[in-house]
Design a protein. Structure first.
Length: 435
């Protein structure tokens, strides 16, 4: 059954690819159907299939796997009047050849998004949205949908937008949806995040200023004394992005966290600094860039101060290495690379990462917050390792996009002292078809 599913999927993708390349106006099922539907009713969809594998999971030998990820989405939009939109999107995410099939790899048919929108969040001066939605702010370092994940993140949210003179302010109250296979997804009661996110691209020429403040509450977390407590965390921050002469560009983001977890005090922060330059007149328009990321760590596990940065709900993918083995906690990350635009809609990126612990006695974490390794004495060192990535995307004519890449992690002294120290390899190939 699995082999049959795989064969049919590949045949469908190959036929779509050939169709997209041969026709001047490629066929798209949703475009064809929408031409025959009334303007107040529109449909859409997407199918994405990705083969990926790995070796060296947990930096241990004989830990390898390979599997297919398939994700299909079908959506319906109702527009009874210009100022009212009703959107419903179903999603079927499956992991073929991977056991057990659980989120974030698999979540069989469920409601991915479903909301009522008064006005238009992307265009109207005033707009209000209520329901289930993906949310993305800034570089997604605090809140993002993690689209790379097969069963990716959504929120049950009330969200309002105000626009004035080209500037924008979002106000929201949300709870992250917990994906559960074989049943309807729901958020965790009492696990909420509230925020105000501003975007001011018109205050200073060529500069986009994005100040924000968020408030996170989450029940039933153990503090340093082992007592189950409630998290009460405030997160002010600012992101600034812009262009400079000589085709230079930059991004800066800094976030502080303070509050309490029972008797513990929260004192943590994040910093992101990036600079790039594009040579538009050279072949392939190369862009050379470099960045430094800092996420604070805990310096003493028993002092009642929670110093490990809490990354909230970020898009982890390709933020600290394309292989996605590490999350944004207790980390110093130096990252640099070159991006190129090749012929026929192909783009390529060569990227390097270096990781070190911010605190030697804290651990290195996964994107989900699990501890990969820790040295309570700090004697294992702080150099986590290095990663080299090659990523290629291919935007074809028509509804088909493709991509392929490989990530390779070389353990440093810390991982060699706290794990078996095996290198990690992550290859993948992906196809996306817009229905």
């Amino acid at each position: 059954m699995r082999t049959s599913h795989r064969t049919i999927l590949w045949a469908f993708l190959l036929a779509s690819l050939l169709s997209a390349q041969k026709k001047a106006e490629p066929f798209s099922p949703s475009t064809y159907v929408n031409k025959h539907l009334p303007s107040w009713l529109q449909v859409g969809g997407e199918n994405r299939t990705r083969f990926e594998g790995f070796s060296g999971l947990g930096f241990a030998p004989n830990q390898s796997d390979g599997y297919w990820l398939s994700r299909s989405r079908l959506s319906v939009t109702l527009i009874p009047v210009a100022w009212l939109h009703v959107y419903v999107e179903g999603q079927d995410a499956r992991a073929i050849g991977k056991q057990p099939g659980q989120p974030p790899f698999e979540n069989v048919w469920d409601i991915h998004q479903a909301y009522v929108e008064l006005g238009n969040l992307q265009k109207s001066r005033f707009a209000l949205l209520v329901g289930r939605q993906e949310m993305n702010f800034g570089d997604n370092r605090l809140i993002g949908a993690v689209n790379w994940t097969n069963a990716n993140r959504t929120f049950d949210v009330v969200r309002g937008v105000v626009r004035l003179a080209g500037n924008r302010i979002d106000v929201f109250s949300a709870s992250v949806v917990v994906n559960v296979n074989d049943t309807w997804d729901h958020h965790q009661q009492g696990n909420n995040i509230h925020g105000i996110y501003g975007e001011f691209p018109k205050l200073i020429p060529h500069v986009n200023i994005q100040p924000y403040v968020m408030w996170r509450v989450q029940p039933r977390i153990r503090n340093e004394a082992g007592v189950v407590s409630n998290l009460n965390e405030k997160i002010p921050g600012i992101r600034i992005a812009g262009d400079l002469p000589r085709n230079l560009d930059y991004k800066i983001e800094m976030t502080r966290q303070f509050g309490s977890l029972g008797s513990d005090r929260v004192q943590a922060w994040l910093g992101h600094w990036e600079m790039g330059r594009t040579w538009k007149k050279l072949p392939f328009s190369p862009r050379l860039w470099g960045e430094y990321n800092y996420m604070s760590g805990d310096k003493n596990a028993k002092d009642g101060i929670r110093g490990t940065y809490d990354p909230l709900y970020p898009t982890v993918h390709d933020k600290y290495g394309f292989a996605d083995q590490f999350g944004g906690r207790n980390m110093k990350n130096l990252r640099w690379g070159v991006e190129t635009k090749l012929p026929r809609g192909i783009a390529g990126t060569l990227e390097f990462n270096d990781w070190r612990l911010a605190s030697a006695v804290d651990g290195i974490y996964t994107g989900a917050g699990a501890v990969i390794a820790r040295s309570p004495t700090g004697k294992a060192g702080t150099h986590v390792g290095n990663e080299v990535d090659w990523i290629t995307t291919w935007k074809m004519k028509g509804p088909v996009q493709a991509g392929a890449g490989i990530g390779y992690i070389i353990p440093g002294g810390f991982l060699k002292n706290t794990t078996p120290g095996k290198s990690y390899l992550y290859p993948y190939i992906v196809f996306t078809y817009k229905l």
